[in-house]
Design a protein around this ligand. Structure first.
Ligand code: ATR
Length: 288
């Protein structure tokens, strides 16, 4: 649906949306509508196509129409910061917003990607991150959210390995007050991998349709550690498949997607999110 086609609805209905360009592929509506149904909340979560030049107008219109919550996806996560009244501290540090809460016309921007990821990693692998050595592959927007959330867990070290070394070094320097964070070139990652407890891929390498690729050679990953990938299409990337064969515990990106949505829903409704129902809805939709 186009944002310009929005009209008013009865007051007692919870209005939620995800805005992006493109937006048709988004699994958020199917996930959140399943959650609303499970919680018995009268409301609707809709996908809205919003182009870059319309972003400000679309946000004002949704505010006017009483939307309680908005998820923000590519390409608006950075630009949308200009249109909220307040940024939550983590969204300000990460420099991106994926969730907006509308409190009677006052908009607060949050970033639930990083905390959603860490919640999923801990829930699904039962790992405690405190004192662990972690390598993050990639230094883009997704990596920023992840590194920020990981740093809150007091790991021993975070090594950011990126194709463009400068970006990794810059990100590490920006946040070195939060812990031992280093930036390196990804092609020098092999020697650092020995001694890592967890490796996390935040790049798009291995995503559908280039499913045979992986950001680093899986043969270089120490056996038995935790290997995690933010990608959820495919559910098990080449990196994860090969790591599993090496006796590693693997963790895919579906849980991050579900948990970033769960945090957003909890901000909007104040109720615990029905995570299992949300996960089931996304899995079913991916299989169709
Ligand atoms: P996102 O917001 O999804 O993180 P991004 O900001 O464009 O997207 O960042 C993509 C990340 O994947 C970057 O770290 C990028 O490396 P560069 O900083 O060197 O560009 C990494 N990446 C993407 N494609 C890659 C490839 N083919 N080989 C190595 N790294 C790649």
């Amino acid at each position: 649906m186009l944002w310009s086609e929005l009209s008013s609805q009865p007051n007692n209905s919870l209005r939620l949306a995800v805005i992006g360009d493109p937006i048709a592929h988004s699994k958020s509506p199917v996930m959140h509508n399943a959650a609303l149904a499970a919680l018995g909340i009268v409301g609707e979560y809709i996908p809205l196509h919003v182009s870059r030049q319309d972003l400000g107008q679309a946000i004002s219109r949704m505010k006017e129409l009483g939307f309680r919550g908005i998820n923000v996806t590519i390409p608006h996560k950075v630009d949308v910061m200009a249109y909220v009244d307040r940024l939550d501290e983590s969204a300000a540090m990460i420099g991106a917003v994926n969730t907006i809460v509308n409190e009677n016309g006052y908009l607060t921007g949050y970033n639930t990607d990083g905390i959603g990821y860490v919640r999923s990693l801990k829930d699904e692998t039962h790992v405690s991150l405190r004192g662990k050595s972690i390598m993050v592959l990639g230094a883009g927007g997704a990596a920023r959210g992840i590194v920020h959330a990981l740093a809150q867990e007091e790991p021993k070290t975070i090594v950011i390995a990126n194709r463009t070394e400068d970006k990794a070094v810059q990100l590490a320097e920006e946040w070195n007050s939060m812990g031992n964070i280093y930036g390196i070139a990804i092609d020098k990652s092999t020697s650092f991998l020995t001694g890592m407890d967890i490796v996390i891929n935040t790049t798009s390498i291995g995503m559908h349709p280039h499913m045979d690729q992986s950001a680093i050679d899986p043969e270089c990953i120490p056996t038995g550690i935790i290997v995690s990938d933010l990608i959820y299409n495919p559910l098990t990337t080449e990196l994860l498949k090969r790591s599993h064969e090496r006796g590693c515990t693997i963790h895919g990106g579906l849980g991050m997607f579900v948990n970033q949505g769960a945090y957003a829903l909890e901000y909007w409704t104040g109720m615990p999110a029905p995570i299992d129902k949300m996960r089931q809805a996304v899995l079913q939709s991916l299989q169709n």
